[in-house]
Design a protein around this ligand. Sequence first.
Ligand SMILES: [Cu+2]
Length: 135
Amino acid sequence: MSLNSQKSVFVILVVIAALAGCAGGKAQTAAPMSSGGSMIAIEVRGFKFSPNEIRVEKPGLLAIEIKNVSGSEHNFTLKDPRGNVLMSKNISSGGSVIVNVELPAPAVYKFYCNKTLHSTFGMQGRIIVGPQSSK
Ligand SMILES: [Cu+2]
């Protein structure tokens, strides 16, 4: 194998690895606000939340803007680590909502769409609160 074809094999492997990474969804860190809380924007497209992994450095108020650019109504339900529903909101097709949630402690908070079967189609994600989120 020539040096050039070895290089292209390497490039192909890197591309495959990058694509495999994308399959798990996108991670994003919430932006700190001057008021002390953080904020994040989530887009709903097809049966996906993007990003679907949100990192928040400190517990406290998180403002979430959810924009539904898909052709049907979806929902955003957030649970605390014990499985209690913190909030649940429908977002109509083409609509957007802003919700403020208090995330009281460092933990993993799961969210999903509560429409029938949507979460099994991939409409789920998590918010990771705490210092480990910066790693
Ligand atoms: Cu949905």
